[in-house]
Design a protein around this ligand. Structure first.
Ligand SMILES: *Cc1c(COP(=O)(O)O)cnc(C)c1O
Length: 487
């Protein structure tokens, strides 16, 4: 059997029923007294178990979630990270290069996305965007309560990290911390729960029913004027529609409001942040605007396992307030954990985890192997494919493009539904039935909808467009025959 499983493309987006059943049935569920051996394991994993996986990385037409795939360079980096099993926790420059490599990689990422390395001196790899959102909410919480204390007369120095939320808020004279947003990812609620301010503290300011992802700036302004302790969280972009919360002009206004009222600005850019690599052209005007003036934010969430196409799990976090990040996440000094004061802080004092996987290495490998142009071309290819599908859907009689027909606003996701209710009810299962493509089901304004998310480096516009159209036509024909049968 070939062990070269790195480059093979797989044509199935989902495993067959039999492969799934076989994989589950093959699991060894009583612990062997004597080990079965490495050769057995290699065969078992490759022949029995792997056929029961989705094609999320290996099949170019897997469009569910926004999984991204894995580039060969990232896979190689990941292999080396596991082989050498470095613990990327403490900065020990005389012992290992891990911490400096992590910082270097984060700077390369800042160069890719055009963030100033000096302004965003707080930077760290996390386990994913959810963890980065927890960091953003935690550091934001530290800031807004401290800021309320500074604005009291007489001013007082208050730290949630030290006192806890209840005592710190009492001392600062505020009775809650709020997260003000328009159309957040579900992980924002989780972050609010985890950091002790609660899911109910997430308050939505959608502009209209038609554009719920945009901020109602007037309502936001009014709300801020009436209370302290606010974290403003911006979705860039929104996961179902791919739309963006703000324009550059609005970001400037939000910065002014945040400064006026002592609020914190967090950006959840788990998949929209990538739009920063795009050229400034008419075709991308909407997307350029959607990520404009992001250098005004206090903290930023990014995902590497999505559009950067490195293996799970890998997210990143940038902030302009490295000191506050350290205040929240530092270990009380244990001698062996102490930071080398002459260089950068140890990652374990900036992150949730202490022991940490060396997840910078696959990112380093991929960024260097492919470079800036490749990343830009990749996103342009993904957008081109999404727009071609969107345009086909907008022109079709069987399908309807959501949330509207504005093709210039299409990023890398296409949300749509079938016009006929009977087709719409089974649309996702019909499209996924062939297992050649796989998409997500959702609902949009109370009715079922389907979503295609293009996130893989394997995307090829002509080939993949052809496959999707084939699936869409097949689904609508099947539904017509079913309708005829019923007559
Ligand atoms: C995917 C995503 C998340 C959650 O990211 P994980 O990497 O799955 O933790 C958060 N926010 C947005 C906008 C996302 O797209």
């Amino acid at each position: 059997m070939s062990l070269d499983f790195t480059s093979a493309e797989v044509s199935q987006a989902l495993p067959s029923e039999e492969a799934l059943q076989h994989a589950a049935a093959s699991l060894v569920n009583s612990l062997p007294e004597a080990g079965l051996g490495l050769e057995y394991i290699k065969k078992h994993l490759l022949a029995d178990i792997a056929p029961g996986f989705t094609g999320s990385s290996k099949c170019p037409t897997y469009y569910a979630f926004t999984t991204g795939a894995v580039t060969d360079a990232a896979l190689f980096g990941d292999w080396i990270a596991s082989t050498y099993d470095q613990n990327a926790h403490v900065n020990l420059p005389k012992e290992t290069v891990t911490a400096i490599l992590e910082d270097t990689t984060l700077r390369l990422l800042q160069q890719l996305l055009s963030f100033s390395e000096t302004d965003f001196a707080g930077r760290i790899f996390t386990t994913g965007a959810t963890a980065s959102n927890v960091l953003g909410m935690a550091v934001g919480r530290e800031f807004v309560v401290a800021e309320a204390g500074r604005r009291n007369s007489p001013p007082s120095q208050i730290s949630v990290a030290q006192l806890g939320v209840l005592e710190a808020c009492a001392q600062a004279g505020i009775n809650n911390i709020q997260v003000l947003t328009a159309f957040p990812h579900s992980s924002l609620y989780k972050a609010a729960s985890a950091i002790g301010i609660g899911r109910d503290s997430v308050i939505l300011f959608p502009l209209t029913e038609d554009e719920p992802w945009r901020f109602d700036m007037a309502a936001l302004r009014e709300h801020l004027a009436n209370g302290a302790g606010s974290i403003i969280s911006i979705s860039a972009g929104e996961v179902w529609t791919g739309r963006f919360a703000t324009t550059g002009e609005e970001m400037i206004q939000i910065r002014a409001l945040a400064d006026q009222y002592g609020a914190w600005i967090h950006i959840d850019g788990a998949f929209g942040l990538q739009a920063l690599v795009l050229p400034h052209t008419e075709a991308y005007h909407y997307l350029n605007e959607g990520v404009s003036s992001f250098n005004l934010a206090d903290s930023i969430t990014g995902d590497a396992h999505k559009l950067l196409n490195v293996p799970y799990d890998c997210g990143f976090f940038f902030t302009r307030h490295p000191q506050l990040q350290h205040t929240v996440f530092r270990n009380p000094s244990a001698a062996y954990l102490s930071t080398n004061p002459l260089s950068m802080p140890s990652p374990l004092n900036l992150d949730i985890q202490n022991s940490r996987r060396f997840r910078a290495l696959p990112v380093y490998a991929s960024l260097l192997a492919y470079g800036r142009i490749w990343h830009r071309d990749l996103l342009e290819r993904q957008i081109a494919l999404a727009r071609r599908i969107a345009s086909y859907i907008a022109d079709s009689t069987a399908y309807e493009l959501l949330p509207n027909d504005d093709l210039k606003k299409i990023y890398i996701v296409v949300l749509f539904r079938a016009r006929s209710d009977s087709l719409n009810a089974q649309l996702v299962s019909l499209l996924n039935a062939s297992k050649q493509i796989h998409i997500s089901g959702t609902s949009w304004r109370g009715r079922p909808a389907a979503r295609i998310a293009v996130g893989t480096w394997r995307a090829e516009v002509d080939r993949d467009f052809g496959l999707i159209v084939q699936a869409l036509e097949m689904a609508s024909r099947t539904a017509i025959f079913q309708d005829l049968d019923r007559i």
